[in-house]
Design a protein around this ligand. Structure first.
Ligand SMILES: NC(=O)c1ccc[n+]([C@@H]2O[C@H](COP(=O)([O-])OP(=O)(O)OC[C@H]3O[C@@H](n4cnc5c(N)ncnc54)[C@H](OP(=O)(O)O)[C@@H]3O)[C@@H](O)[C@H]2O)c1
Length: 231
């Protein structure tokens, strides 16, 4: 793949940070976002990518993000909508305000940012948009009303964008990982060699991007082969 200009939301830890590392190692230019200075600086210092403090759930910060990408890279070839938050609650006890805030980042933020990036991609008649969904977006589960609904929405929106953007040679893919051992949801210390790591999902994204531009995968699910293996 020739050098490309990446915008990765939520690149300061987990899957996003693993992708920043792979993209930089492959010679691409990267702007990534996050909301905390310390983790932004760590990944930026390690990789040479530009870390931008911006909340993808806030419209004005998405406007700034696209402006920074224009100024620093002259445009965007690859948009990775990775940033998301998590909220689980039983129906009957659900805090609708918390669900609305989750939709602001996981759904409306993703739509707002992409709405700003697509005109640039249409003008250059090429581009890649990668949306992080989840296996929670393919099958409902207990307590998942807010999060699973947001990830189902990501898959539905991805299909709409595929229908609209294919004639502009813009590829859109949704990635549906099963459990990945990041600090997702405040979990710490998972290190089971039989379960997925962030780098596995980052490699999936890079594989989708490496495919010849005349072809694309609409959706990729990623599972661990044998997560029950205790060895
Ligand atoms: N881990 C899993 O098991 C799993 C499975 C399926 C799908 N996924 C999906 O994969 C994606 C990444 O998950 P992960 O496990 O890597 O999560 P993570 O380790 O919690 O990392 C999330 C990243 O996004 C940033 N972020 C969160 N909200 C943001 C916002 N509103 N604006 C900007 N940055 C924001 C975080 O930094 P700050 O907190 O500093 O903003 C962090 O860099 C998510 O879309 C998630 O739904 C994860």
């Amino acid at each position: 793949m020739e050098p490309k200009r990446f915008l990765i939301t939520g690149g300061s830890q987990g899957i996003g940070a693993a992708l920043v590392r792979l993209a930089r190692a492959a010679g691409h230019t990267v702007v990534f976002t996050g909301r905390h200075d310390e983790t932004l600086t760590q990944v930026a210092t390690e990789t040479g990518a530009f870390g931008l403090k911006a909340d993808s759930g806030i419209d004005t910060e998405n406007e700034m993000t696209v402006d920074v990408c224009r100024q620093r890279m002259g445009g965007i070839d690859v948009l990775v909508n990775n940033a998301a938050s998590w909220y689980d609650a039983a129906i009957g006890e659900l805090d609708l305000g918390a669900m609305r805030r989750l939709f602001d980042s996981n759904v409306f933020g993703m739509v707002d940012l992409t709405n700003r990036v697509v005109p640039l991609m249409k003008a250059q008649e090429r581009g890649d948009i990668v949306n992080l969904s989840s296996t929670s977006g393919t099958k409902g589960r207990k307590l998942g009303t807010a999060y699973a609904a947001s990830k189902w929405a990501v898959r539905g929106i991805t299909q709409c964008w595929q229908a609209e953007l294919r004639p502009h040679s813009i590829r859109v893919v949704s990635i549906c990982p099963s459990e990945v051992q990041t600090r997702w949801g405040g979990r710490e210390g998972r290190d089971n060699p039989n379960k997925l790591y962030a780098v596995d999902i980052a490699e999936t994204v890079m594989a989708a991007l490496a495919m010849h531009p005349r072809a694309f995968w609409p959706e990729l699910s990623v599972f661990a082969t044998n997560p029950w293996n205790e060895e």
